[in-house]
Design a protein around this ligand. Structure first.
Ligand SMILES: [Zn+2]
Length: 417
């Protein structure tokens, strides 16, 4: 099946370049991009044309770090520091996912809102609960989203209701991998919450699973100074925070998504860059729990792979286009404080949110030939009045748009309901 989608097309060529095609056609065959053309070639003149003239066609967004189980609690407890916020709000909330009725309601709402806001690729934390995690996995697969879903591992420094037995935690994770490997669009991901909540024995066991099954990994790294002080007390023999993950193979064997990365040591930067680690910048969350301001522009200049995350519910807002704007704002504050030499451009932040995130799942997040046609159609008619070009319209959507502007969502060329 070949179709042509007409509109104002824009996507990232790389982190410093937007490709913009005014009133053009994307030709899509079997869900993948064949070419972008200003005029339809003769051979395509009888094609079905999906006409989005005057609207922007952009790649789907990728949220590379968020907690589906915290969706209900977003915007609550925002006066707490990270560890108090976890103890006072998050752990009691996560304990409720033993109740499948509760889990289903929460995950249904979460998934609906994720799709509404155009996040069609996501790397998601659940809780320690197998059945609830299985439910979310199957729901996302049924909806056709591309996602990684990680059943959480946690065996210390948490309430008894959330504390796993080490052996069971590893066995349950292996079962989750075996029962979910080979999913069409959703895959399992190893998910130790953070070093504070995992013993060395657990991290070692999870590393063995990474090596055996070549599954990706997601966790939190260098998020707040308080967290890092606790990690160095718990693991005094390690000199930098990513060392324990490197030692046991959670970095270097597959995709490693490291959320926050605000206070990376020189050695951490070297480890991540030499093993293709991906730092996930979550600006809203970092501000809300007073974790800090990520040095995103400086890290990008070291060659680090950066992506964006909403970090629901440390972050209060699920739209990743808003995280694009926030990442730029935070980078400006760092420059004003003399902490960084330069700010992020909108082009860079949009790249993190689309192409850089999408490519963690395969050829997604852009419209190069062969890439999956995972796309959003943005109707910004109600903002008109100013004569501006497509890249300015894209910036405006990131700052002031919302789900009302997203009038169609495609995955592999298929329109989502
Ligand atoms: Zn998080």
């Amino acid at each position: 099946m070949i179709r042509a989608y007409r509109g104002d097309i824009v996507y990232s060529a790389d982190k410093d370049e937007l490709r913009v095609f005014d009133d053009s056609y994307i030709i899509v065959k079997a869900g993948k991009v064949l070419e972008i053309t200003k005029k339809l070639p003769q051979e395509y003149k009888n094609l079905e044309i999906i006409d989005h003239s005057g609207k922007m066609i952009i790649p789907a967004f990728s949220d590379m770090h968020l907690h589906a189980s915290q969706y209900y609690q977003r915007g609550v407890g925002m006066d707490r520091l990270l560890l108090d916020w976890l103890n006072d709000y998050t752990f009691p909330q996560e304990s409720r996912f033993e109740d499948m009725g509760y889990a289903e309601r929460a995950y249904d709402l979460f998934t609906e809102d994720l799709i509404n806001h155009g996040t069609l690729h996501a790397s998601i934390f659940t809780t320690i609960h197998y059945e609830a995690s299985d439910y979310l996995f199957n729901l996302l697969e049924r909806k056709g989203l591309y996602a990684y879903v990680g059943k959480l591992n946690m065996n210390q420094n948490c309430p008894p209701s959330l504390r796993e037995n080490t052996k069971d935690s590893i066995l349950d994770t292996e079962r989750f991998i075996l029962e979910h490997q080979g999913g069409k669009t959703v895959s399992p991901i190893i998910t130790p919450r953070f070093a504070i909540s995992c013993t060395e024995e657990l991290i070692q066991g999870l590393g063995s699973l990474v090596k055996r099954y070549k599954v990706p990994v997601q966790t939190h790294l260098c998020e707040s100074e308080e967290e890092m002080r606790t990690v160095s007390t718990l693991f005094p023999e390690y000199s930098y925070d990513s060392e324990i993950y490197l030692k046991y193979g959670l970095i270097g064997n597959s995709l490693s998504l490291m959320a926050h990365c605000i206070y990376l040591d020189e050695k951490d930067i070297k480890v991540l860059n030499s093993h293709g680690g991906v730092a996930v910048h979550c600006p809203d969350s970092n501000i809300n729990v007073t974790a800090g301001l990520m040095p995103s522009a400086s890290l990008a200049d070291t060659g680090m792979n950066l992506t964006l995350g909403s970090d629901i519910g440390g972050g209060h807002d699920i739209p990743i286009y808003r995280a694009v704007a926030r990442a730029v704002q935070v980078s400006k504050i760092r420059v004003q404080l003399g902490l960084d030499q330069r700010k992020l451009s909108l082009t860079e932040a949009f790249y993190f949110a689309t192409r850089a995130g999408g490519e963690c799942f395969g050829e997604m997040g852009a419209f190069d030939q062969g890439y999956h046609f995972n796309a959003l159609v943005i109707d910004d008619e109600r903002f008109r009045g100013l004569e501006i070009g497509i890249s300015d319209r894209l910036e405006r959507f990131c700052y002031i748009g919302d789900d009302r502007n997203i009038i169609a969502r495609y995955v592999d060329g298929k329109l989502l309901d």
